[in-house]
Write a protein that binds this ligand. Sequence first.
Ligand code: NAD
Length: 342
Amino acid sequence: MVNEKVKVAVNGYGTIGKRVADAVSLQGDMKLIGVTKTKPDFEARIAVKKGYKLYAAIPDRVEVFERAGLSVEGTIDDLLEKADIVIDCSPGKIGAENKQKYEKAGVKAIFQGGEKAEVAEVSFNALACYDRAVGKNYVRVVSCNTTGLTRTLYIIKENFGIKKVRATMIRRVVDPKEDKKGLVNGIMPNPVSLPSHHGPDVQTVLDVDITTVAFKVPTTLMHVHSLNIVPEKEPKVDEIVDAFEKEPRILLFSENEGFTSTTKIIEWSREIRTRYDIFENCIWKDSISVVDGEIYLTQAIHQEAIVIPENIDAIRAMFELKDRDESMKLTNKSLGIGEIVP
Ligand code: NAD
């Protein structure tokens, strides 16, 4: 494998899959060898236009693609034969079903946060536990909310220690492309009973005492998290800001610069990024407070983009290509993380 590029397949070219495919294409040490689609729709045509080799995710649907005038290179099984690793970006719970194919083909696999932790040997967040994925065959990149919580809590824990975290997640109900489901005019406790699954999910990647509550609201743009952290050592607000400023995967936004809501953060990103993808945590600097020794802050998370850098770092860890800091640096540079700050 020395000096050879890792051959990467993407199974499931949806919201996460298309972004992972683009990100893999930007890496010097990886080669995107193909993506799969279940049907020959506009997304499949765009993948081909981008020069990505297209394969049928469901083997007996090759003819459906042919009839639509979109030829495929083969099926997922053909793609797996050529791959060193497959990034499973199929809908939640389908990844666990796909695992059998990956095992049979003898390829490493990365699963996404919609899968249960047991699908993989380890759950992954680059900052918090890169080393756990080194040399592994099956890794799960935790979900968007969990990735956002973990990055912020990792920085606080490293600098000030953590006794206890209470977090409230205000979740976008669906992604912007969705037209089959949604919540038009309500606020849904999700779940009603405590805790939401996010706290236990954070604990798969970071050792921390955390309780979470979650609500779905009628927006598609971003999630918002309200955090209350009891630190071991009481920090000053400036010290917390300094700690966040050192981490490129965290951005600080100020209300007095016009960042009054998630709409303005997205508007900022529309000016600088393809698909307005924000790979970083967006913390409102003005929200960072210390009251009676406890830290409070509010952050927004772009659900469609936040896990993309982690997928790239997970590949490097699994093939032992680079250590954590080197991998994160390469990934950040390729995605423009740290290039423009608000
Ligand atoms: P999506 O529905 O946008 O994309 C899934 C793609 O997989 C679709 O193109 C679908 O046609 C395809 N597919 C369906 N069945 C398949 C199969 N058997 N084999 C291969 N492909 C199949 O979903 P998504 O939002 O990209 O989510 C993918 C995974 O990423 C899920 O585990 C999800 O929980 C996780 N995730 C999603 C987000 C988000 O906000 N969208 C954020 C983080 C993690």
